[in-house]
Design a protein around this ligand. Structure first.
Ligand code: ATP
Length: 792
């Protein structure tokens, strides 16, 4: 553990953290900047008093006998000359403020955001002040500095004095509005307040007046209302109504409400409380850097591009003008024969097919062209013509015609393409090139599972190799692990070499690549356990997916002591899915469906390939969970529909020509070609490097009781026909229940039980899917010996 911690330091600084300073360095740099700013301040101020005396000294800077008058001697004189005289004049003092503030930020490790704002506004201020001083005090260059003087001069050449003045005014407005948040209302309010306070000063304490008796006292004598005597009642105390008109000046409420506005309120910034774990993680990150999962294989080198071959000549597409012209004429002619006029035609040349886009004349029905597929194919004398009517989103009709000389799309060219190299994806896959010759890159993590189907020999295995190669070129062994299932036993064997780098397996299994169908069930169930475990970890970490989880783990916010660990992506590849479904049926389908439904968030992705695209292999439940599908060439329209829910795969030309769909639209792609020797070279390259001690271990799955080891080998409970059955098996050297059924005329269940007992006795091997079990006893003599020994 201690070792690991030590190791983590160098990479932390290496990886993008080179600009980050440690706390101690920040304190040192911060204090240096603050002291420097103080020195600058004194230099600048004293420069204004001593510049004349010191000016001659500047050329004799190295002469130690000369002494400057500046408070900071020659250094002060020189730096002030640079900043004040040659620079921005009086405004240079703002630099001292900016340096000081920067130093303070570093010293106290404050947030950078505010600082950047201060610098930006500081610089704006400096420039504005220096130009303004240059403008108003042209005769005194020390105020505006040479920059101010020259800029002012420059602006005046173009806009004249008035123009510069207006520009400066505009600059001032920007500063007032943006920096000081000044608005015209503020100005109005300000003047109102001023006028109000002036008004109240003039009036003699009117605000305290409340009753009429006082009012009378205050009014000048001649204004006192004459006593009124009611002519009817003869009462004297009638309220003097007209007095109201005269007390206009006494309205006092308005001023009161404005006073409330006047009180400035200071809003205190609330400090976010930093959580405990955050503090700890921040400290850990500060000390050791972010967690780097690739550290254990720190010297791992990704395979180089030279390991891949450049198939074909130069890799580019050769345009055959004659062929293009010929095809175009044939299309136009055929359509004309059926009275279909064409307004426009355009050709896009791809690696294997050329797309002719047609705009038919107005009034032509699209279905009419679609029905002519076979006729066009006949006239072009070509296989694999596909008509797309209309091309989605384009409003044209596409006719795809295979090129006479197809260009091989080499894996090298797609891996080297910028699109793949710069792909910021979790699991980028470069499949090949589209019809318009663009590299086609998709993210497996987004798919999130892939179904590949196609008749035999049409490029499935090459496609799988292309997927695996893409991932090997982009992902470190710590980031992705493969679980490979290869019932054909030959397709993926090359990947054995990278077992300890990239493969994952069950703990008690020897070979990481699974070729035995019974082991697949265990592995799938183990992956389900892994999935549940990962969900538990995600729940504990309070995140929603593997990406967030790993980011949090890298930031050291998850404690490994609580079971947290960096989670690599797991890609399960099953090369011949039909074979699996045939032999294990539901036992395989259920965990696959579970994984497909739930595993996307926790980084387990499935790629299943099959050459038998029938509905009992690609069942509804599988299809529903595999939105991303690839179809290589198939033999019938029905197969195409089974895979893609659309026809078209039956019209492909094979050799890696494929259709890809991830929902609605179907894209035709020429799959990148990677040959077996290339894969061998890549796996060799990776395999020869330092590896993990063993393959990535999946959780143990207990309950998959098909090895027979736990079968009860109790002699007394054996079937009466046990010995006879053993003899049949040994003589025929074929361990199958149906043989016992036939020879001994037993029912299926009984024969099955006897087979289990034979396995427990060590006469036949374990269940091997569709194949017969291995017979472990060579002849009758050995069988007699074995059974005799048992009795002892
Ligand atoms: N992308 C490609 N570009 C050029 N040729 C290809 C491409 N893919 C396949 N081929 C050719 O087709 C042959 C058969 O391909 P592949 O072995 O991948 O077929 P498959 O579908 O896996 O067959 P099977 O199901 O029998 O294993 C290859 O040997 C190669 O010559």
């Amino acid at each position: 553990m201690a070792k690991k911690v030590k190791k983590s330091k160098p990479t932390a600084t290496k990886k993008g953290r080179s600009l980050k300073l440690s706390k101690k360095n920040k304190i040192i740099l911060g204090s240096l900047l603050m002291l420097f700013s103080i020195a600058l301040f004194f230099s600048f101020v004293s420069f204004y008093f001593t510049w004349q005396a010191d000016q001659s000294l500047l050329s004799e800077f190295s002469d130690r006998n000369e002494e400057a008058k500046n408070l900071l001697n020659k250094f002060g004189a020189a730096i002030s000359h640079f900043f004040v005289y040659k620079g921005f004049g009086l405004a240079s003092l703002i630099f001292t403020f900016l340096f000081f503030i920067t130093g303070l930020h570093l010293f106290l490790s404050l947030d950078k955001k505010g600082l950047v704002r201060k610098w930006i506004w500081g610089l704006v201020f400096i420039i504005w002040i220096s130009i303004t001083l240059g403008f108003f005090a042209e005769k005194r260059p020390l105020l505006g500095g040479i920059v101010g003087y020259e800029m002012n001069d420059f602006l005046q050449d173009y806009t004249g004095k008035i123009g510069v003045f207006l520009l400066l005014l505009f600059g001032l407005t920007i500063i007032l509005v943006r920096l000081f948040q000044f608005t015209p209302e503020d100005i109005i309010v300000y003047f109102k307040q001023k006028s109000n306070s002036l008004a109240t000063d003039f009036k003699r304490k009117p605000a305290t007046v409340t009753d009429e008796s006082n009012i009378e006292e205050l009014l000048p004598e001649e204004e006192v209302a004459p006593q009124i005597i009611d002519t009817y009642t003869h009462k004297k105390d009638i309220p003097p109504l007209e007095l109201d008109d005269k007390d206009d000046g006494f309205k006092i409420e308005v001023a009161k409400s404005e006073e409330v506005d006047d009180i400035a309120m200071e809003v205190e910034k609330i400090k976010e409380e930093v959580e405990d774990t955050d503090l700890l993680s921040n400290k850990l990150v500060e000390d050791f850097g972010e967690f780097d999962p690739t550290l254990e294989l720190g010297n791992y080198k990704f395979p180089t591009i030279e390991l891949l071959d450049q198939h074909g000549v130069g890799g580019g597409i050769t345009i055959n003008q004659e062929e293009l012209e010929e095809n175009k004429n044939k299309i136009v002619e055929t359509l004309r024969n059926y009275k279909i006029g064409i307004a426009q035609i355009k050709a896009t040349i791809g690696p294997t097919v050329t797309l002719y886009e047609i705009v038919p004349e107005a009034g032509v029905r699209i279905s009419k062209i679609k029905n002519l597929e076979d006729d066009i194919a006949l006239s072009l004398a070509a296989l694999g013509i596909r008509i797309i009517a209309p091309i989605p989103g384009k409003g044209t009709i596409g006719i795809e015609v295979p090129n006479k000389n197809a260009t091989i799309v080499s894996m090298r060219s797609v891996i080297a393409s910028p699109k793949f190299q710069k792909a910021e994806m979790e699991l980028p896959i470069a499949f090949g090139k589209t019809i318009s010759n663009e590299t086609f890159v998709v993210d497996l993590a987004k798919m999130p599972h892939l179904l590949m189907a196609g008749a035999t020999g049409q490029g499935k295995s090459v496609g799988l190799n292309a997927v695996l190669t893409s991932l090997l070129y982009k992902k470190h062994p710590a980031e992705v692990k493969f679980v490979l299932v290869d019932p054909k036993k030959v397709e993926l064997t090359l990947f054995n070499k990278i077992e300890r780098h990239y493969l994952a397996k069950l703990p008690d299994v020897e070979e990481a690549i699974i070729t035995d169908n019974t082991k697949v069930i265990n592995t799938l169930n183990s992956l389900c356990i892994e999935m549940d475990d990962r969900y538990e970890l995600l729940k504990l970490a309070m995140v929603r997916n593997i990406k967030e989880y790993n980011t949090k783990f890298k930031a050291r916010k998850l404690n490994p002591n609580d079971g947290h660990k960096f989670l690599p992506y797991i890609v399960l590849v099953i090369d011949e899915f039909a074979d699996l479904i045939m032999t294990a049926g539901k036992e395989v389908e259920t965990p696959i469906a579970r994984l497909a439904q739930l595993a996307r968030a926790i980084g387990i992705h499935l790629i299943i390939a099959t050459q038998r695209p029938s509905v009992n292999v690609i069942t509804g439940i599988i299809k529903a969970n595999f939105p991303a599908r690839i179809a290589f060439r198939v033999t019938s329209k029905i197969d195409s529909r089974t895979i893609l829910d659309a026809q078209g795969a039956d019209q492909l030309i094979g050799r890696g020509d494929m259709l890809f769909t991830q929902g609605n639209d179907v894209t035709r792609i020429q799959c990148a070609f990677v040959d077996t020797p290339e894969v061998a070279k890549i796996t060799e390259y990776i395999g020869s490097q330092r590896a993990y001690p063993e393959a990535h271990l999946l959780p143990e799955y207990v309950g998959g009781d098909d090895s027979g080891t736990s079968l009860d080998n109790d002699i007394s409970e054996r079937d009466a026909m046990f010995r006879d059955a053993a003899e049949v098996i040994v003589v025929a050297q074929q361990g199958s229940a149906s043989l016992i059924q036939r020879k001994l005329k037993l029912g299926y269940n009984r024969a099955g039980r006897i087979i289990d007992q034979l396995e427990a006795a060590g006469i036949v091997g374990s269940f091997e899917g569709s194949k017969a079990r291995q017979v472990l006893v060579p002849d009758m003599y050995a069988l007699d010996q074995l059974l005799e020994n048992e009795k002892k």
